[in-house]
Design a protein around this ligand. Structure first.
Ligand code: PEP
Length: 263
């Protein structure tokens, strides 16, 4: 279903009217985690001023350590909905448990399945039946073939509104959090008709890598990028070192505007 063999034209996925697909270079930005109404609105306004058309923000956070901030849950979803009402930006947010899919879908415009859950087949089937577009991150240990098979689980439930997101894989290299597999973009686009975006924030893990990795994404023809921003990264409860602030974000937005997307 997701293979390009039976579907030669690349697909466009619409999220609350915002297209992601060939030639779009959609900018998705927002806080890693929803912390407070002020922080989320501040991040959304920064993102929107820079040209982002979709707002990201985690209410359910899949953290490596059980002692780390786990997200605000439904309270975070309510904050996202308030910020959408204020800014008009559709919301992309993660769901980590199949039992929460109905709840998260009642707030979200797009459901995100994170790297740790790429092969959580019950979750994939549940999001496939939720009637919302899905962003499927590549598992940090997964091959491209396995990633596409995970997308197939969603598609099998009747949902072809899937966007693939390359967010770095685990290699021997320790200089970055994960190694952004930039070649996955053209490879996945050849194998599948689904749009492919990258997450330079979670792959690099450091804000100074976000702009160069975004340039790389544009150069290889990615259909968008998803980026962490925070009004006060030094106070962030999650992944502050990778969050962009206003100046960096403006430079990134300029790059996105000036480098024409490949179709
Ligand atoms: C995220 O985008 O909030 C996230 C946790 O990303 P990943 O699943 O890629 O680690």
């Amino acid at each position: 279903l997701v293979s390009r063999e039976n579907h030669p034209d690349r697909s466009v996925v619409r999220v609350g009217g915002v297209p992601i697909g060939p030639g779009t270079m959609t900018l998705i930005a927002g806080p890693c985690a929803v912390e407070t109404p002020e922080q989320t609105l501040g991040a959304a306004q920064m993102a929107q001023a820079a040209g982002a058309t979709l707002l990201r923000g985690g209410a359910f956070k899949p953290r490596t350590s059980p002692y780390a901030f786990q997200g605000l849950g439904e309270k975070g979803l309510r904050i996202l909905a308030e910020v959408r009402a204020e800014t008009g930006m559709p919301i992309v947010t993660e769901v980590v448990d199949a039992n929460d899919v109905d709840l998260v879908s009642s707030y979200a415009d797009m459901l995100q399945v994170g790297t740790r859950n790429m092969q959580n087949f019950a979750l994939l089937q549940a999001v496939g039946g939720a009637g919302r577009p899905v962003m499927l991150k590549r598992g940090f240990n997964a091959t491209i073939e396995e990633w596409l098979m995970a997308a197939e689980y969603i598609a099998q439930r009747g949902n072809l509104d899937i966007v693939l997101c390359e967010r770095g894989i685990r290699t021997f290299e320790k200089a970055t959090r994960n190694t952004l597999d930039i070649s996955a973009v053209p490879v996945a686009q050849r194998m599948s008709h689904l749009p492919v975006i990258i997450d330079p924030s979670h792959s690099g893990g450091r804000r100074e890598l976000v702009l160069p990795l975004t340039r790389a994404a544009i150069a290889v023809g990615a259909d968008g990028v998803i980026i962490d921003v925070h009004p006060h990264p030094e106070q962030a409860l999650c992944d502050g070192p990778q969050a962009l602030v206003n100046g960096d974000l403006r430079e990134l937005a300029k790059t996105v505007r000036e480098l024409p997307p490949l179709v």
